[in-house]
Design a protein. Structure first.
Ligand code: NI
Length: 226
């Protein structure tokens, strides 16, 4: 499931993050990928580890865990702390699949990348090109969101970033390990949860709504890996 999560950050929060990022030195993005990625990746990233990156990443996660839509869709277990990238002057990232396992920096904890997240830190008018293209069984999906919005998509998808031909595209990106590894099950839980919430808003906590809520939790209990 691909999902657009609007307004993870406010305009003011994006501006503050951009101000800090614009004063920071960037490095070649090929530092953080394997062999296949390095062949197709042409962009810039904040170096790892970076004190600014850690601080801004922490801010982003703090905002994200208050987003009911994100929690409902991702059922998050662990995060790779957010990273930051910038594309300009024709930079791009060809089709690739994100590595399936990542080590959380500074720990010996491994994380299975179930979901990939791209949080836009610039508005679409600031640059040309730079669309995130995610390919799945329904075809190719083009993503270019307002600053502060985020796209969530399965890490198993092939994806790429088109060349940026004007301006600069600045984003944060990171991965989530979900308590529910299977995308199909996660999608069913998300739809069930969303419908229960709408029903609750319409008719209140009737015994039927409580019954469905119990059903949601019993499914989650069966499927969660924690
Ligand atoms: Ni990627």
């Amino acid at each position: 499931m691909m999902l657009h999560i609007p307004e993870v950050l406010t305009t003011q929060e994006v501006a503050a993050i951009r101000q800090q990022l614009d004063q920071t030195d960037w490095v070649d993005g090929r530092a953080t990928v394997g062999e296949q990625g390095a062949r197709v990746k042409r962009n810039q990233q904040l170096p790892e580890p970076s004190a600014v990156g850690r601080e801004l990443g922490e801010k982003i996660l703090q905002r994200l865990i208050k987003q009911p839509l994100f929690l409902s869709a991702a059922i998050p277990y662990r995060y790779v702390p957010p990273l930051f990238n910038r594309y300009e002057g024709g930079e791009h990232y060809g089709f690739h699949v994100d590595g399936s396992i990542r080590t959380i920096p500074g720990t010996n904890l491994n994380l299975r990348t179930d979901l990939s997240c791209t949080l836009f830190l610039c508005d679409p008018e600031e640059y040309d090109g730079g669309e995130l293209i995610v390919s799945d069984t329904y075809g190719e999906h083009e993503v270019k969101l307002p600053a502060g919005d985020m796209i969530l998509y399965p890490s198993s998808s092939l994806h790429k970033v088109e060349p940026v031909t004007r301006g600069a595209r600045v984003c944060s990106f990171f991965w989530v390990q979900s308590m529910v590894p299977d995308d199909g099950r996660r999608t069913m839980l998300y739809e069930l949860d969303q419908n229960i919430q709408k029903l609750r808003a319409q008719i209140g906590d009737t015994s039927e709504v409580l019954g469905l809520t119990g059903h949601y939790h019993n499914l989650l209990r069966q499927w969660a890996q924690i």
